[in-house]
Design a protein around this ligand. Sequence first.
Ligand SMILES: Cc1ncc(COP(=O)(O)O)c(C=O)c1O
Length: 400
Amino acid sequence: MAFLAQLLQRIKPSPTIAVSDRARALKAAGRDIIGLGAGEPDFDTPDNIKAAAKAAIDRGDTKYTTVDGAAALKQAICAKFKRENELDYAPAQITVGNGGKQVLFNALLATLDPGDEVIIPTPYWVSYPDMVQIAGGTPVFVPTSLEGGFKMRPEDLEAAITPNTKWLIFNSPSNPSGAAYEAAELKGLTDVVLRHAHVWVLTDDIYEHLVYDGFAFATPAQVEPGLSSRTLTMNGVSKAYAMTGWRIGYAGGAVELIRAMATIQSQSTTNPSSISQAAAIEALNGRQDFLVERAAVFAERRDLVVTMLNQAPGVRCPTPQGAFYVYPSCADLIGCKTPDGATIANDTDFVTYLLEAEGVAVVQGAAFGLEPHFRISYAASTEALTEACRRIQRACAALV
Ligand SMILES: Cc1ncc(COP(=O)(O)O)c(C=O)c1O
């Protein structure tokens, strides 16, 4: 009898974390590496948020809280949903976990039985399929395309729904493509879900505040209030407030689901850190002006990266509306030979070549379920991005 569970044969460690680890190891070995694999803002957590955490420690807010979030944080989240998304949630409809990741995990564990299907558009955030599998469900992928702006078409969603469909996982702006759905595009999808009363929507809005060129963010329960009773609206402070290490994510949804998720969390991690919760209250209730300033910086970096990548022979890079990623195609480079005579057979070969030849760490499209592409995180300095894109241009020009 094997000691490790059979489940581990179906799931894999996060490929994006693997790229970061490899880049770190090469750096430690003395190589000149530019790591563009990480999914976190390079800004610091704002001072008012840090101060709120320090005050919480000094006040003695260092004990267990309610499992799925202290009352004051749930109030702040209700106010945020109302203010920014026109969503009316009561505190009993709110859950708080250790990052958006745990919230998603709780929702899937609380609802999936063997045979249940979860629709995931590709390219997807690397964790969705594995989370679904850990929870015993079956991921059902709906491919999108660069030509279609990496957006799922209503007819493709319709075709993927079966009597076994439990959830649609929806992520806009998207990791890894940066695609963001306008309200009208989103309505096309919610109209489909509305017709299938057994399908719920798990929307991951974590990149809500990272949108550019005046893009107006919209979330499913907002564009289709008729779906609010079967939508779990997930969000968090990690990306918007540069708080990835604090581990606070949250969601609003049906009371019965929220209670079931709290039961799961009560038997795993109990509450998220009381100190991080105090920081999150300040993040949501405090000054918001830096969100726009930081988004403007990201937009500039995006433009730089898109322009320079499109100058790399064989790379096609559309301009995304949000998040801090681009997801260019390297289809025209498949079959080319490196100066060492190796053939680039797929996007994994291409990113390996970029790392070995030029010391640029990016993530292969295979990790996100849509090939041949690669993902670059532009949450890095202008200097690092300029140098990385120069190196990518050089690496592509050297392929024959
Ligand atoms: C699409 C998406 N959802 C959720 C998360 C997880 O966020 P958190 O750090 O709050 O767990 C990430 C982090 O990379 C993400 O990219």
